[in-house]
Design a protein around this ligand. Structure first.
Ligand code: GDP
Length: 476
């Protein structure tokens, strides 16, 4: 069967799901969406509640009459709902048995089934309540762990229509839609030059659109560059603790994790050689990693750990190089060695301008009455054991994170899918500018437009184009 002639399977059933966190909790919300919703509400409560008004109802099993719960209900008739379908929300007492009983009862109702993950939002997209970018932003919003992630996701969703630059589209979707319009306009000119060469059209029609296309390609490239920062905010600012074995990297990680305002979670990294801790530093997600100690001549197994350490540290946004005076009796000699050659040569290559170099185990030096003061080569002297300097280090880290992200653009692409499509669109625009013929130029513009359409989840470009092109010709 031709796939396009098949009914959209997702839209035929009425779906339901628990929308709140697992029980027990004070309240549990079950959400329903689909054509069967009014009938289900009638059967379970004996009538339809008033639209968009909270109503307290007895919820009974329609077959047995058994009382399931007293629930506060909200009913949103189609199409004025989140999904565009009839939607109901049942606020139940948040006990496990209550929720189970209601879910089981709903599953028995004709045409009803449990929703798949994300299916409500998928329906909202399929029913044109939102585009793909907005749907992705909602997924980001529910997954947001920190304040900055929340702000980023909110800015990308369709709920921030107020505020910001009044001349700029309020959302990323708006920005992409505006670009699509500009591109359609350019394409219409090129198509006109192609299709109506004998009509009374200016000779340099194609030349007229070139500046607009170049500008658009530049705007896309700018967005891609700026978005790399937003992506980092979503994924987390990565800090690697790097240094020789036994300088106190693990101890420092524990100190920083213990001192920071909130530990999001602690988990082993993808390798057993890199341990990652997720911190919330001033609203930014920070991933702090304790990496395998780097020695000049490691064994084979350790060598693999070091290779992974390097890979992690190289792609991190910041490296903290940890050194410590060797535990030798000649502390003053050790200190001068540490100062003159503070990093193993194997690590020097990883160092970048903003990286930090700290001297740990400063408590050992403090015991030496004649020890030299710390040299300026070190960003800080610390003691992971006593906590000395840890607050200063956290302050420095906060400053680095804030400096990096303080000037974020209003729009940004938050996913690989989005970046790939904007890159592709910009590539096609560049190709269009160097196209040897008007036909190829038009095709490249069409492909650029198609990528933008895919970004929003709308790829019926030809249909749109028909409309615009017809207007263009009529208007001329
Ligand atoms: P790593 O191999 O670099 O991760 O080092 P560890 O954190 O495992 O520490 C190695 C040893 O140094 C342990 O015995 C720690 O207790 C000790 N250590 C770590 N930090 C300090 C410090 O600031 N002062 C002192 N005196 N000992 C420390």
């Amino acid at each position: 069967m031709n796939p396009s002639s098949m009914p959209p399977p997702l839209l035929t059933d009425t779906i339901f799901a628990l929308a709140t966190a697992p029980q027990p909790a004070a309240i549990a919300v079950i959400r329903l969406s689909g054509d069967a919703v009014p009938g289900v509400l009638q059967r379970l409560t004996g009538g339809l509640p008033r639209a968009r008004q909270a109503s307290l109802r007895r919820l009974c099993h329609p077959d047995t009459g058994q009382l399931l719960d007293h629930a506060l209900m909200l009913y949103f008739p189609a199409p004025h709902s989140y999904t565009g379908e009839a939607v109901a929300e049942l606020q139940l007492h948040g006990g496990r048995a209550v929720v189970d009983a209601v879910l089981a009862c709903l599953a028995q109702q004709p045409g009803c089934r449990q929703a798949e993950p994300g299916e409500f939002t998928k329906r909202a997209f399929l029913n044109d309540k939102m585009d793909l970018l907005a749907a992705e932003a909602i997924a980001d919003l529910t997954a947001a762990e920190t304040e900055q992630q929340r702000q980023l996701a909110l800015a990308a969703s369709n709920h921030d229509a107020d505020g910001g630059d009044p001349d700029a589209p309020a959302t990323l979707s708006g920005q992409i839609a505006a670009w699509s319009q500009q591109l359609l306009h350019s394409l219409a000119y090129v198509e006109a030059a192609l299709d109506f060469p004998d009509e009374d059209l200016p000779q340099d029609l194609i030349e007229q659109v070139r500046p607009a296309i170049s500008q658009l390609a530049k705007d896309m490239t700018d967005l891609l560059t700026q978005s790399a920062l937003s992506e980092e905010i979503r994924e987390g600012f990565r800090i690697a603790l790097v240094g020789a074995p036994n300088v106190g990297k693990s101890s420092l990680l524990n100190q920083l994790a213990g001192r920071s305002a909130a530990i999001v979670s602690a988990q082993a990294g993808t390798t057993r050689d890199v341990v990652e801790v997720r911190l919330n530093l001033n609203g930014y997600l920070v991933i702090l990693a304790d990496t395998a100690g780097v020695r000049p001549r490691p064994g084979q197994l350790e060598g693999e750990g070091i290779r992974r350490t390097r890979a992690w540290a190289q792609t991190a946004q910041l490296r903290i190089f940890v050194t410590a005076p060797p535990l030798s009796t000649a502390i003053s000699t050790a200190l001068s060695n540490a100062v003159s050659n503070p990093l193993p040569a194997a690590l020097q290559a990883l160092r970048q301008p903003h990286d930090l170099l700290v001297l740990n185990k400063a408590d050992l030096l403090a015991n030496q009455p004649h020890s030299s003061p710390p040299q300026p080569a070190y960003t800080l002297t610390l003691s992971a054991k006593t906590g000395l300097g840890i607050t200063d280090l956290l302050t420095l880290l906060q400053q680095q994170v804030q400096q990096r992200y303080h000037n974020l653009p209003s729009h940004s692409l938050s996913r690989a899918r989005q970046r790939r499509l904007v890159e592709r669109s910009a590539d096609h625009l560049h190709h269009s500018l160097t196209a040897p013929t008007a036909e190829i130029m038009a095709e490249e513009l069409r492909l650029a437009l198609r990528s933008l359409g895919e970004l929003l989840g709308k790829v019926d470009v030809d249909q749109l184009l028909d409309v615009i092109f017809r207007d263009f010709c009529l208007g001329k």
